[in-house]
Design a binder for this molecule. Structure first.
Ligand code: FAD
Length: 318
């Protein structure tokens, strides 16, 4: 007979988990953009997010600026970075080098992506290049295993992309769910969604994913929809059609302040619908601007843990 367990595995958990909060930033392209970005970073830091995602150019086009930004976030702020990494056009060896660099700098979260195919994609893919995000997840897990002693046997949190509306290259929404399930089986811990414009898209994705056996958290990615130009561009880039009523309202807005009010209200509606459908967090695509993101947050009144003052965390501020 085995000894009685000291752990009550069925003990009820009475504290609801707070809603996770995260932002996406992209590495600055010049000095002026860097100054504006750091102002945004300080504003966002005051909201005590769980992590801040840093994008990565397909094919590693901005590798050095992305690593620099991750470095500064780790050493100069209280923020935990999530490094995006794309595999398109890169070999396993090249990517293993980048993963090792990220881990050495202290990154412990990676969003494993394929990246968008270049418009003028060569007919023959580069020999040895990885094809899919799933290949990258498996590679990250292999690098992690080789470095388990250095990581104190810890794990790297791996996120992946999920699509509330069909991925433009995918034959069907069912195929998208099979891909998400395959990414989970390969070791993904959570997913962040592509932008969506209709409240039903997120709940629909989660319902289909759960039916298929996807159990990882699926976090809705939301863009403050405050600029008609940006909404249209994003619709083109992602293949997701924006709601005509939103386009109409933004088109009729008299000035930037009215656009912002309309866009923030639409984003808050999408966020509330996602939270009502059980979303475990909110991920805001900021475009390196904090004002609209903070407006959205203000209106959402999320249940968040209190911020720990820097001194209590042993952080020395300049
Ligand atoms: P995958 O999951 O590999 O899917 C790509 C395509 O291949 C899909 O059509 C899928 O259905 C198909 N597929 C996948 N696996 C298989 C398989 N085994 N067999 C057959 N078909 C398969 N792009 C950037 O360049 N940089 C970024 O920083 C970035 N950040 C992003 C963040 C988020 C939250 C999201 C949602 C997207 C982001 N993207 C970024 C865009 C992303 O790179 C593109 O959407 C890209 O086209 C697909 O990436 P993926 O990781 O979903 O690829």
């Amino acid at each position: 007979m085995s000894p009685p367990s000291l752990i009550q595995s069925t003990a009820p958990v009475s504290h609801p988990a707070p809603i996770a909060l995260s932002y996406e930033l992209f590495p600055p392209r010049n000095e002026a953009a860097a100054t504006a970005l750091w102002n945004t970073i300080r504003e966002l830091e005051s909201t005590n997010p769980d992590y801040v995602a840093v994008t990565y150019g397909a094919n590693g086009s901005n590798r050095d600026t992305a690593v620099d930004l991750l470095d500064r976030l780790l050493t100069e702020t209280s923020l935990r970075p999530l490094a995006h990494l794309t595999c398109v056009g890169n070999t396993a060896d090249e990517l293993a080098g980048t993963i090792s660099t990220l881990l050495e700098r202290g990154v412990r979260g990676i969003l494993a992506l394929r990246g968008d195919l270049p418009g003028n994609a060569p007919a023959e893919p580069r020999p040895g290049a990885l094809n899919y995000a799933q290949d990258l997840i498996e590679l990250i897990r292999r690098v992690e295993q080789r470095r388990s002693a250095l990581l104190c046997a810890g794990k790297v949190a791996i996120g992946v992309a999920a699509y509330p509306a069909r991925h433009p290259e995918s034959p069907s929404e069912e195929h998208d769910i099979e891909v998400l399930l395959a990414k989970q089986r390969s070791g993904a811990d959570f997913a962040i969604t592509q932008v969506f414009f209709h409240p039903g898209h997120y709940s629909n994705l989660v319902a289909r994913a759960r039916r298929a056996g996807v159990t990882i958290p699926i976090i809705p990615g939301l863009m403050p929809l405050t600029s008609l130009r940006r909404v249209l561009r994003l619709g083109d880039m992602t293949g997701v059609a924006p709601e005509p009523a939103l386009l109409d309202a933004l088109g009729r807005a008299g000035d930037a302040a009215e656009s912002r009010r309309i866009g923030v209200a639409a984003t808050v509606d999408l966020a509330r619908a996602a939270l009502d459908a059980g979303a475990p967090g909110i991920h805001l695509y900021t475009f390196n601007e904090h004002a609209a993101a903070l407006d959205v947050l203000d209106k959402l009144q999320l249940l968040r843990p209190a911020a720990v003052p820097p001194a209590a965390r042993g952080l020395v501020t300049a």
